[in-house]
Ligand binder design. Structure first.
Ligand SMILES: [Zn+2]
Length: 81
């Protein structure tokens, strides 16, 4: 699943392989991709917010989607396969 791709509105590339969520982009991730477990989307949302604080463009849809997954997991409606 892809949350964000590089483009006019995005300096980051964020995707999930089902196990983990990865972020590449900006000066933030020069050392390599930022990685969190897929069952911890809240942490990736926080990372994207810190990208914004550093001046990187992050699509609102990516943060919204991660927030929605966080809420859905809290309800127990998503399996963490
Ligand atoms: Zn990042």
């Amino acid at each position: 699943m892809i949350y964000a791709r590089f483009g006019a509105d995005s300096d980051v590339y964020v995707f999930s392989d089902g196990e983990s969520i990865y972020c590449y982009g900006g000066n933030h991730d020069k050392q390599g991709p930022y990685e969190v477990l897929a069952k911890n989307p809240a942490r990736m949302a926080g990372h994207l917010v810190s990208h914004r604080a550093a001046g990187d463009k992050v699509p609102e849809s990516a943060i919204e989607r991660l927030s929605r997954e966080t809420a859905e997991q809290a309800k127990g409606s998503i399996s963490t396969k």
